[in-house]
Design a protein around this ligand. Structure first.
Ligand SMILES: [Mg+2]
Length: 240
């Protein structure tokens, strides 16, 4: 099936101020229901090309060993696999999906990430994000839902100065199934005790972080950098 046709059925990226499809709700109706905000971590609460490069390098080292090829060949193979998966599914694919497709084990990939990557080298406390979460935390429950592992998630949050600011933290280790995954999302909603319409999902990749929750009726907010993320305070404020 051509991607365009699938995209129309699944829904396309939309402005966060738009009502969820099929429900004629304005932003104030969304705010009435809103109880919890579920954030992606990497690329959403911070952007670091250097840390992203380290993660890709660690994945390439793993694939190089698996396939007995050099590092450059492994990096090219991962890129080609992600592209192939995206073309086949008509939505963005993740690094984890590509590694699984190449015969890798998601637990081994993350064991390597945990031992080989030092996020502290690339991240520092961001007062803007700390203040944003402090303000949002006064009105809403806050959660993290990330495809990263427990150790790196903890270290990244500590480096950003946001450790301890979330009511719930969900990582890849809860199910070992990367986002987007319906079963995992259902368990997360159950765990925080919220219906989809009571949650706002915030992420930097629509296909990975937002498309599935939006299809269930959650509000979604796409933020590709911290400047865009800071607009959340206006989006969730009744005075604006
Ligand atoms: Mg992300």
């Amino acid at each position: 099936m051509p991607c365009g046709k699938f995209s129309m059925q699944a829904g396309s990226p939309r402005n966060p101020a738009d009502p969820p499809r099929g429900e004629p709700k304005g932003r104030f109706d969304v705010l009435n229901d809103l109880r919890a905000i579920v954030f992606d971590l990497d690329g959403t609460l911070y952007v670091s090309n250097d840390l992203g490069r380290e993660i890709n390098l660690a994945a390439s080292r793993y694939v190089a060993e698996l396939k007995r090829i050099d590092l450059v060949g492994a990096a090219a193979l991962i890129r080609a696999t992600k592209k192939m998966l995206s073309a086949a599914s008509c939505v963005d694919s993740t690094l984890t999906m590509a590694i699984i497709e190449l015969g890798g084990d998601v637990r081994e990939l993350h064991r390597r990430f945990s031992t080989e990557i030092e996020p502290e080298r690339y991240l520092k406390r961001d007062e803007r994000v700390v203040e944003l979460l402090r303000l949002l935390g006064e009105s809403f429950e806050l959660a993290i839902y990330t495809n990263n592992n427990v150790m790196l998630t903890t270290r990244i949050m500590k480096s950003l100065g946001v450790g301890g600011m979330f009511n719930h933290v969900f990582t890849i280790e809860d199910s070992w199934r990367p986002k987007p995954d319906r079963g995992t999302l259902d368990r997360i909603l159950q765990s925080i005790g919220r219906r989809p319409v009571e949650c706002l999902f915030v992420g930097d990749r629509y296909d990975i972080d937002l498309r599935l929750p939006a299809s269930l009726g959650s509000a979604v907010f796409l933020a590709k950098n911290v400047e865009e993320l800071l607009n959340l305070i206006q989006f969730t404020s009744e005075e604006s």
